[in-house]
Design a protein around this ligand. Structure first.
Ligand SMILES: [Zn+2]
Length: 303
């Protein structure tokens, strides 16, 4: 079905689809278009009011603790207290970290200059800031299912958009791709009956297929192992393939060749709490016809 409504554009370049008059009373249009539009307008109005009120304050809320007057959240009405716990953790962060390191956070409010770009899995158990102690301002980070980096020719994704900003604007010195034990995304990749692509409607499948070369090399090298062991193998293999995929981006390869950027792999095993780290050694050798030389160096095991 074609949309025959009007396209409006607000000052913030947001596009709104507005129903034509003959569609207004169509029940589906009312539910799917008009109500969301109405809600969107409310949100925009509230946001703009918020911007105005914040703009008049030099340091909004900096020294304040609770501001329960503004929000009636679920935990106050339905007995659901997860956000109370979250609120306490935030206030503890504010008291113990933010206010005690005010100078640092003032500088971070002006700009960021992280040394690391980290690509990690979306899995709730593998937060890099927690396991590696990365503090605010130290690592630009993107997390996706199975910590995959698509090759340059795959086109835009949120992962390579983050890479572009980290490498070209922030000038990070290191990119660290972290795999982990018991990865559900890798399990999905290894479970596919056919990784050559079909018309699957699964977003997960269509994403993890990015790692099909890691799956292929795992099947070749570890076919004698059990399925679970093959998955463990692929969890590390996919990190190496992501490191190779990083080199398909011309602006990443250029910085690596100049010695301004290093590419690292990591593997966090949360079953026995160990971390393995290695670095990609990449250069071109003229003696072999400008051939790429790729190896692993500096492998270390933290336990
Ligand atoms: Zn994972």
């Amino acid at each position: 079905m074609q949309h025959s409504g009007l396209i409006l554009r607000d000052k913030n370049a947001s596009f709104l689809l507005v129903p034509m008059p003959d569609q207004i009373f169509d029940c589906n249009v009312l539910i799917h278009v008009f109500l969301p539009l109405h809600m969107f307008c409310l949100v925009v109005c509230r946001k703009k009011q918020g911007l105005r009120s914040n703009a008049s304050k030099e340091t909004p809320g900096l020294m304040q603790g609770n501001r329960t007057d503004e929000y009636k959240t679920a935990e106050q009405t339905g007995g659901y207290d997860s956000f109370n716990e979250m609120k306490q953790r935030f206030l503890t962060f504010k008291e113990k970290k933010y206010l005690e390191n005010l100078e640092l956070y003032r500088r971070l409010a002006e700009s960021q200059a992280p040394e690391f770009m980290v690509i990690a899995c979306a899995d709730s158990r593998v937060c890099p800031s927690v396991i590696l102690g990365l503090e605010p301002g130290e690592a630009f980070m993107v997390r996706n299912v199975a910590n995959l980096v698509p090759p340059y020719e795959s086109g835009p994704s949120e992962t390579n958009a983050a890479l572009e900003f980290a490498v070209n604007s922030l000038k990070v010195k290191n990119i660290l791709v972290i795999g982990h034990s018991c990865c559900g995304g890798i399990h999905a990749l290894m479970s596919m009956e056919n990784a050559d692509g079909d018309n699957s409607s699964s977003f997960i499948r269509n994403w993890v297929i990015v790692g099909k070369n890691a799956r292929l090399s795992t099947k070749e090298a570890a076919s004698h192992l059990s399925f679970d062991q093959q998955c463990r193998h692929c969890e590390k293999e996919s990190v190496n393939h992501s490191l190779l995929n990083l080199l398909t981006y011309p602006w990443i390869e250029e910085q690596v060749m100049r010695g301004n950027l290093s590419l690292h792999g990591g593997y966090y095993d949360f079953v026995d709490c160990t971390f393995e780290k290695w670095t990609l050694d990449y250069y071109k050798t003229i003696s072999r016809g400008n051939e790429d030389v790729i190896a692993v160096k500096g492998r270390s095991f933290w336990s």
